[in-house]
Design a binder for this molecule. Structure first.
Ligand SMILES: [Zn+2]
Length: 156
């Protein structure tokens, strides 16, 4: 079982179990649950039709376009219409080119070592910005991410 529905169900079960044993406030439990559930879709960013890739393509384009627009219009003092057009075109091109460099399906993004490194990076970033629950959220991400890898490796 490795489609989006299967991953959603499995991730929901793992997430509900995880937050039910978590000794934390309701706010932290809900945030941890959202992180665990969301991270269960991330490994398939390496698949062109996956939910994670679509999100990367759509939100990625918007984020890159906004950053470019800010650079061109605010800092570059470019004409606003030209800045919008140029940042949109460059963002689309950037995301399209970046997709050419995605690893093959079920490659590095489907390794437990990669999941571990991602969780450590997440912990460090959140600890640096002063999040008090950095460890819980990093573990939530790790659990969600690993639930995907485990399900993909099941022979059903
Ligand atoms: Zn997968």
């Amino acid at each position: 079982m490795s489609n989006a529905l299967g991953h959603s169900i499995f991730a929901a079960i793992i997430t509900i179990f995880f937050i039910s044993i978590l000794n934390a406030s309701m706010e932290v439990k809900i945030t941890a649950g959202i992180i665990a559930f969301g991270f269960a879709f991330l490994p398939d960013i390496d698949h062109p039709k996956a939910v994670a890739r679509k999100a990367y393509r759509e939100f990625g384009t918007i984020i890159v376009a906004l950053v470019l627009f800010a650079m061109l219009w605010i800092y570059g003092k470019m004409e606003v219409v030209l800045a919008i057009a140029l940042s949109a075109l460059l963002a689309i091109a950037f995301i399209k080119i970046s997709e050419k460099f995605m690893p093959k399906h079920r490659g590095i993004t489907h390794k437990f070592a990669f999941a571990g490194m991602l969780a450590v990076a997440m912990y460090i970033i959140m600890a640096v910005i002063g999040n008090k629950h950095a460890a819980i959220y990093a573990i939530s991400g790790l659990i969600g991410y690993c639930s995907h890898i485990i399900l993909d490796r099941m022979p059903i």
